[in-house]
Design a protein around this ligand. Structure first.
Ligand SMILES: [Zn+2]
Length: 155
């Protein structure tokens, strides 16, 4: 990082702070130029490579964590979950999806990851999510799933 005053290339880190508030994951460093002694701060921000999502109709859209949160909120709304719980669950879904460092995901892969986490977390919400997001072709499977849940068997 070059000194903003003299353009010298080397500086000493005086202080490192994470979680600066405005930008999640950002690291702020206070530095002192080794040449002129000028003090300045730098901000490091993680940049996530853009991931595209292939939708069922063949169109592409940008991967959006907020949509996963919205889907989970929709599935969990009757349980009156706290926002933090939904966010934590969304984080789990996102971690699982992004762990293999994909360039592109399909809507189906995302749906499966959401359902997998929901199933572990709240079987009834899982069944509700299935009813909304699966087509009528899967109705039989849905009813079977509901039957298993109401009989107390793990899905
Ligand atoms: Zn300098």
């Amino acid at each position: 990082m070059r000194c903003p005053r003299c353009d010298h290339g080397e500086s000493r880190v005086l202080d490192t702070r994470t979680g600066t508030g405005a930008i999640p994951g950002a690291v702020k460093r206070r530095r002192q130029c080794l040449s002129c002694g000028f003090r300045f701060s730098t901000l490091e921000v993680p940049v996530r490579e853009e991931i595209t999502v292939l939708k069922r109709d063949g169109s592409l859209e940008e991967f959006d964590r907020q949509k996963i949160v919205a889907g989970l909120q929709c599935a969990l709304k009757k349980g009156n979950r706290r926002r933090e719980e939904v966010e934590a669950l969304a984080d789990r879904v996102v971690r699982q999806l992004l762990a293999p460092r994909p360039v592109q995901l399909t809507a189906e892969e995302i749906g499966n990851a959401v359902m997998g986490c929901l199933r572990d977390y709240d079987p009834l919400a899982y069944a509700r999510f299935l009813s909304v997001h699966r087509s009528f072709a899967d109705l039989e499977e849905f009813q079977k799933t509901l039957g298993q849940i109401s009989h107390g068997n793990p899905v």
